[in-house]
Design a protein around this ligand. Sequence first.
Ligand SMILES: [Zn+2]
Length: 337
Amino acid sequence: MTLDILYGNEALKSTLRGFASRKAFPNAFMISGPEGSGKSTAALLFAMAIACKGESRPCGKCESCRKISEGISPDVITVGLNKDRKTIGIESVREITDSAYILPNDLDVKVYIIKNAEKLTAQAQNALLKIFEEGPRSVYFILLTSAPSQLLPTVRSRAPEIKTEVFIDKKLTELLISNVKKASELSMKDEAALKRIVSASGGSYGKALAILEGKNKKTPQLIKKAENIVTLLSEKDGAHLMLALIDESGERENYASVLSLVQNALRDLSMVKKGGDGDMIFYSDRALAVELSERFSISTLVRLTTALDTLCYEVTQTNINVRTAAVVASGRLTDVM
Ligand SMILES: [Zn+2]
């Protein structure tokens, strides 16, 4: 495993190469980006680069690299949310503090990878800060998060942020076609279907791959649902809109996907409405998009998009009950129609 495993992400790779060539990695840093954008893979690559004994770090061949990429080095420790817990508490950080001072086993360093770092309680974050500052120089901390703004400012200032990249749809489509057999087959058989998968993935390579591999069987239904919601919005049909949203409110992830699909659809409508001729990301039929766009004013499309931004944020980044979120959503969307 070398840097090639991580698709795109040129800025992140260049940061990693810079640290590696100076042999100076910060003892604590943060890798941020949406779900499926490659944060965990990036963290392993950084851990390899920190521990690597080869020339061009991470070489992917030395024993340290090999052990880390196979997940068998006891010195690369992943910490995350425990089952049934909503936060990462002080007790998890105490375990880190206790073990950080014990010498590494088979590497020269220890690397702690903390997933879902935004779930660290304030107390846990403060305890971490202390060890960032006072811990051994051979111990490194990599915080992974999709919501960096929810971490304490003190932690953010102490752990520089390195962002993973969400692909723009066209780039992601090309990447999938050139790397995934199923995607290249699909692009020849049914190009529109591939476009929809890319749209449903929200720009995430990992998510697009999961849909392609059939791990997310619900995608076609979600796309239909999104199409239906756009139609209801165009008809200003508040009552059915509420039903459509509530019906999908059982699962947070599906609900968030529908909202983001609707956002993509509205993005297409705004573009054709303004006479743009760029690539469509949701609709495969431009004539249909043009026809739908005529039912909205530009300002309504803008207001709907803004409202959806907020709703998406609430559903993915807060603990709001999904059913409640759906009711709130239908109210807010009806207000701006
Ligand atoms: Zn190596």
